[in-house]
Structure formats: structure tokens, C-alpha cells
Design a protein around this ligand. Sequence first.
Ligand SMILES: [Zn+2]
Ligand SMILES: [Zn+2]
Length: 172
Amino acid sequence: MTVPESINRIIQILLYMLGAYMAALYVGLVVWTARDIASRSRDWLARILAVLLVAVFNIPGLLLYIVLRPRETLAAVYGRALEEEALLRDIEEQTACPSCHRRVAQDFMVCPYCRTSLKSRCPSCERLLSPGWEVCPYCGRDQARATRPAKARVATATAQTSPPDEATTPTA
Ligand SMILES: [Zn+2]
Ligand SMILES: [Zn+2]
């Protein structure tokens, strides 16, 4: 009668091992669910419900959770938002030429298609400025004041050069 007893013991050990395996599996599933839902949802109620679902119903609960869980992880959502933002910025940076309405980059000085002047350079800090700006946003130089005397100087220069005999008479 020693053989059935040893078989009994082997069965007992196997049952213990199975029990330990099941317990480890159970804990593993619950921990995995807790981590998975934490990467997909910031909502504490959703997190608690997901963990409870798997803790109570185990493998059927896990299957139900996999069906019902948010499709995207928070990291994927964040990455997509960044991508969309970068795309939007690209579109914004690609402005159109006011004359021929073709696409030009933000830092073009002249339209490469129709030669329209798109930007001017600040005489003080040498950065590119839009033609409509009154003041340089980088160094604060007044663009209207900076350009007007230049025009006036050109006008006086032409006035001086156009009547040659008037300019020569005082010296003569
Ligand atoms: Zn153009
Ligand atoms: Zn400037």
C-alpha cells in the first residue's frame, strides 16, 4: 500500500504547483491590466474598474477588458498631437506670394517666381522684416522713420542733380 501513497503525494505536489502557477498568473494579469490601463487612461474610475474587472472575472474579464479598453495609448495620442502640430506649423510657414499667389517660404526675401519683394532687411539688426511692419520686432528700430529720410535723401539728391546750371551758378 506504499505506491498509492506516493502517487497521492505526487498529485498533491502537482496541485500545489498548479495553485502557485495560477496565483502567479492571476497576480500577473492584474498587474498587467493595471499598467496597461494606466498607459491608456488618466481617469481613475476607468483604471479601478479595469483592474476590478480582471481581478474578479480573471481571464474572461481580461478578454472583455481588451475589447473595451481605449484603442490608443496616451503616448500614441501625444505623439499624434505633436505630429499634427508640426504639420500645422509647416502649413503656416508656407505663406503665399501676394502678387502671384504661389507658395513661398517664410524666410524668402524675394518671390522666386515673379520677383516681388517679400521681405526687407532691418538696417539695424539685419533680420528679415515683413514690408507692412512699422517697427522691427527684434531690435525696436522704427522702420517708417528709417525709410522716410532715405527716400527724402534720394529726392533731394535728384533735385540737386537735375538742374545742373543752378547748382553750378553759385560757385561760378
Ligand atoms: Zn510671386
Ligand atoms: Zn532690427
